[in-house]
Design a protein around this ligand. Structure first.
Ligand code: 3NM
Ligand code: MG
Length: 495
C-alpha cells in the first residue's frame, strides 16, 4: 500500500472564509503568509461554498502549498480533492464514510478523521485513517456545531486509549480554541504516558491574526518547545553513540557532556574505525577545530562511511573563515557528502555560504540582524539539504522551510572553551535518537543546553567560569533525570 510521505503535523492550518474570521482579506494571501511563517499542513475548509468557486480556490491554494512543499487537504468535499489532485481530505464524523472517501481518492492520499471520543478515535484507526484531529479542546466561536468540549484531559484520555490499542503510531493533532497562548499548556497537558500530540490545528489563531506569518511562527515555536522533553527522553532511552572527530581542546569536555545527557561518546579521529562505528546507530560529529591535512582526509573518509550507512553527520566548521587552510577544508568537506546538521556562528556560516568575512581567531562576533540570520540559515539549509543551526545570543535554526529561534543560554557559556563544540555533540545525540524530525531534535538539543547553562549560572556555588563547568554538567544530568521522573518544571524555561 502506498502511504503518503512523512507529513509534518506541527502547525496545521484549517481555513475559514467567513467574513467574521477572514475579514476582507484574500484567503490565498493569508495562507501564503502563514506558510512563510511555518505552517506545515493546510486544510481548505469551506463546507457551503459554490462548487465551482471552491474548486477554483482549491486550485490556487494547491499551487501555493506545493510551492512551499506542504500538503493541502480538503475538508469533507472529496470530489473537490479528486478534481484538484491535492494530497487528501479531512472528514468529520458526520461527513462521508471513510471507506467511500478512500475509494474515491485511492491509496497514497491522506485521509484524516475527526474524533471527539475514544470510540470515534478507535473506529477511525480501524478504518485506516492516516491521522486524527482530536477535539473539541476548548469552546470556540469558529465552529457553531461542536459536540463536546473535551479539554486537554480528554485529549490525553484518547491518546492513552490509542496507545493501549496498538495505535500509538498514528499522528494526532488537537483542535478547537487552540492559540499561541495555550499551545504549550495544551501540548503538555494532553500528553499520555505513551503518546504525545504531533501538533495543533487552528483556524482563528492564524486566519484572524493581524499578521498570519508571525502567528504561525509563534505557534511553531511553541509546538517545538513542547516537544523538547520527547527529544531529551529519546536520547536518555536510546543512549546513542556520539562519535566525535573533534579538536584536542574539547575532547574530554565533549565526552562528559555526552555522558551527562545519556549519550555514549567515542572520541576517535582515526577514520578506519568509522565504517564499523557507523553501524552502531549513532551519529558523527566533524569538528574542524584543529584541522590538519591528515585530519581532513580522516574526516572525509569517516563522513562518507556515515553517509553510506545512512547515519547522521553534524558539521562544526570551527573558524571556517579564519585561514586559507580552513576555507579550503570547508570546500572539500561540503563537496564530499551530505551533512545532516551544519552548526556554526555567524562568521563561520557566512563563509560556508560564500560570503567573504574576516574572522579574528575562532571566536564569534555578530553583525547580522535577526531576519538576516534567519535568511542565512534558511538559504544555507536549502543549498546543502541540511538543518542549519546558527549559534549566537539568539540561536536560529532552519530546515529550509521552517525557521526557529531559541533564546536560551547564558554568557558564561562564552567564557569557557568548547561550549560550541559540545553543543555539536549534544545535537548529534539528539538527531541520532530522534530521527523523525531533525529540526526539532536540533532545536531541542539547543534549548536543553541553554537551559542547563541558565540553571547552572544561578547556583550559589557558581562564581565564574571555573565553577560553572561542573555545575553545567550537573544541570544537563539533572534535566535528564527530572524528565525521566516526569518532573517538567525546567521546561517552562525553554524560550
Ligand atoms: N473542528 P479555532 S473545532 C474546524 O472539534 C473545527 O472538530 C473542530 O477553530 C472540531 O481554532 C473547529 O478558531 C474550529 O478555535 C476550530
Ligand atoms: Mg469537521
Amino acid at each position: 500500500m502506498v502511504k503518503p510521505a512523512a507529513v509534518d503535523y506541527s502547525v496545521y492550518l484549517v481555513t475559514d472564509s467567513t467574513p467574521a474570521i477572514l475579514g476582507d482579506r484574500d484567503l490565498c494571501d493569508v495562507v501564503e503568509a502563514s506558510l512563510r511563517g511555518g505552517v506545515t499542513i493546510v486544510q481548505y475548509r469551506d463546507k457551503h461554498g459554490e462548487r465551482d468557486t471552491v474548486v477554483q480556490t482549491a486550485r490556487k491554494l494547491h499551487e501555493i502549498t506545493r510551492r512551499h512543499g506542504v500538503p493541502l487537504l480538503i475538508n469533507d468535499r472529496v470530489d473537490v480533492a479528486v478534481e484538484v489532485g491535492c494530497e487528501g481530505v479531512h472528514i468529520g464524523q458526520d461527513d462521508i464514510e471513510y471507506s467511500k472517501a478512500r475509494e474515491m481518492l485511492g491509496e497514497g492520499k491522506i485521509i484524516g478523521v475527526s474524533a471527539g471520543s475514544i470510540d470515534e478515535a478507535l473506529r477511525a484507526c480501524a478504518a485506516g485513517a492516516d491521522y486524527l484531529g482530536i477535539g473539541t479542546v476548548f469552546a470556540t466561536a469558529t465552529k457553531k456545531d461542536t459536540k463536546s468540549i473535551i479539554g486537554p484531559q480528554g485529549v490525553s484520555t484518547i491518546l492513552s486509549a490509542l496507545a493501549a490499542n496498538g495505535h500509538g503510531g498514528i499522528p494526532t493533532v488537537c483542535i478547537g480554541g487552540v492559540n499561541a497562548s495555550n499551545t504549550r499548556q495544551v501540548m503538555a497537558q494532553s500528553v499520555s504516558p505513551h503518546k504525545t500530540l504531533d501538533g495543533v490545528a487552528v483556524v482563528s489563531a492564524i486566519v484572524a491574526a493581524q499578521d498570519p506569518a508571525a502567528a504561525a511562527r509563534d505557534l511553531l515555536g511553541k509546538v517545538v518547545a513542547a516537544k523538547v522533553p520527547d527529544v531529551v527522553q529519546a536520547v536518555a532511552r536510546k543512549g546513542p553513540l556520539s562519535h566525535n572527530m573533534t579538536n584536542l581542546v574539547v575532547q574530554n569536555f565533549a565526552a562528559n557532556v555526552a555522558l551527562s545527557i545519556g549519550a555514549s561518546p567515542i572520541m576517535s579521529n582515526y577514520a578506519e574505525e568509522a565504517a564499523d562505528l557507523a553501524k552502531l546507530g549513532g551519529a558523527l560529529v566533524i569538528n574542524m577545530g584543529t584541522v590538519t591535512p591528515e585530519g581532513l582526509k580522516n574526516y572525509v573518509q569517516a563522513f562518507q562511511a556515515y553517509n553510506a550507512a545512512g547515519r547522521p553527520v553534524v558539521f562544526d566548521p570551527v573558524g571556517a573563515g579564519a585561514t586559507a587552510v580552513r576555507r579550503s577544508a570547508v570546500k572539500t568537506l561540503l563537496s564530499a557528502g551530505k551533512f545532516t546538521v551544519i552548526k556554526g556562528n555567524e562568521g563561520e556560516l557566512q563563509t560556508l555560504h560564500g560570503v567573504s568575512v574576516t574572522q579574528h581567531g575562532v571566536d564569534s562576533a555578530s553583525t547580522l540582524t535577526l531576519p538576516q540570520k534567519a535568511q542565512l540559515a534558511r538559504s544555507l539549509s536549502r543549498v546543502h539539504g541540511a538543518v542549519v543551526l546558527l549559534t549566537g545570543a539568539v540561536d536560529v535554526l532552519s530546515d529550509g522551510r521552517r525557521t526557529l529561534r531559541v533564546d536560551n543560554g547564558h554568557e558564561l557559556l562564552g567564557m569557557i572553551t568548547g561550549t560550541g563544540c559540545t553543543l555539536g555533540t549534544t545535537v548529534s545525540a539528539a538527531v541520532a535518537a530522534y530521527p523523525g524530525d531533525k529540526l526539532v531534535a536540533a532545536a531541542a538539543a539547543t534549548a536543553m543546553f541553554g537551559v542547563a547553562a541558565e540553571m547552572a549560572a544561578v547556583r550559589t556555588e557558581v562564581r565564574g567560569p571555573g565553577t560553572f563547568v561542573p555545575a553545567f554538567l550537573d544541570e544537563l544530568y539533572a534535566i535528564r533525570k527530572a524528565t525521566a521522573a516526569g518532573d517538567m518544571r525546567w521546561l517552562t524555561m525553554v524560550k
